[in-house]
Design a protein around this ligand. Structure first.
Ligand code: ZN
Length: 64
């Protein structure tokens, strides 16, 4: 007992999420509302697996 079981929260900014189409900061990309959770960041009362709970994903926005 008394053992610390701290949950490491990654410092926001550079980590990728499964729903990201490219890495943040890459050219011709932009943040879009996550289609999985609709921007809420949660699915089934848990963090959205696509956006990691941020509600946004990095999408490629090339000049299509
Ligand atoms: Zn999401």
């Amino acid at each position: 007992m008394g053992e610390k079981s701290g949950v490491e929260v990654p410092a926001g900014g550079a980590q990728r999420n499964p729903g990201d189409e490219d890495r943040p900061g890459a050219r011709q990309t932009g943040e879009q509302v996550c289609p999985r959770c609709g921007g809420g960041g949660r699915v089934d009362a848990g963090p959205c697996p696509e956006c990691g709970g941020s509600g946004r994903v990095v999408a490629i926005v090339g000049d299509a």
